[in-house]
Ligand binder design. Sequence first.
Ligand SMILES: *Cc1c(COP(=O)(O)O)cnc(C)c1O
Length: 358
Amino acid sequence: MRWQGLINRYGAALRIAQYVQPVTLCEGNTPLIPVPRLSTWIGGGAQVFVKYEGLNPTGSFKDRGMTTAITQAVAENAEAVICASTGNTSASAAAYAARAGLRCIVLIPDGKIALGKLAASVAYGAEVVSIRGSFDDGLNLVREIASTSPIVLVNSVNPARLEGQKTAAWEICEQLGAMPDRLCLPVGNAGNISAYWMGFSECSAGECPNTCGCREKRRPKLLGAQASGSAPIVLGRRIEQPETRATAIRIGNPARWKQAEQALQESGGHILAVTDEEIFEAYHALSRLEGVFCEPSSAAGVAGLRKSVQQGLVIEGETIVCVLTGHGLKDPDSATADVQPPITIDAKLEALKKHLKV
Ligand SMILES: *Cc1c(COP(=O)(O)O)cnc(C)c1O
């Protein structure tokens, strides 16, 4: 059977408004890839898998929440949707809005989003507004607009977003045939970590539509990672001027802060800060050791896992899933920033032999 997207697969188990036709780009069903060489690099005898969410239609996990949020917006007769974004939400909203024939307005922090994300939002025909301010400023603005006009807000404060995003937890259980012991992921606005916890909890309660044996009491421990320059949950206070090169998690006041803390606590997990240097080490390790190219923010979960192993916080032999939230091609500047540009030689065999020393 052709894969027809999340709502087709899981719709009956998602709490969204009654819809006629799902708005879908056949998102979801992303691969769970074993990464043995990365597992060795991480240490601690962990058996690590990565959930490669960058392979969703617009290159990030945001598509899972957008198929549900835009389907619901259409069911509610919306004419326009709006979001604030560090880039991936806007690309995803723009694509699904285009497919549904809705006007789409996105607010982005000036100069702080990766090139591929801006390119996508523009390509899908969204009205892109760049603001002199942070993501957090943008979110405050769009919340205001949505509460005083018929424009639907599609940030992850919209419950329909989490309904779609929780399906990633169900897929992981189905792909492993069991719950993982631990799930590692980057935390920005904290919608995704909240959605995963909902998903695993519903599996555990027998409320997910899978038949894979994930109806276990045991739920995975969550491991959240924030960038050290924008780690409000780790530090326990808002960050007015968040800073990190991992722009997708450059957020100082997460909308789902409380929910994420509760999920972390219920799971017996932890959240920690990783430096940009540690994030970029993990980013390069993923692509050079395993051929898996994600964007810098996505590597924060892997960096956080490695650090946790070094701190003795991870039990030997665990089955661990790291969520790679977005595709590496979103952020070409980060990929080329720390490397020498390729050297140019004459198009001659001798020159090539000399260069390759063969
Ligand atoms: C949105 C995003 C995150 C953060 O997810 P939250 O739900 O905001 O915590 C992490 N990585 C990438 C690539 C993202 O697009």
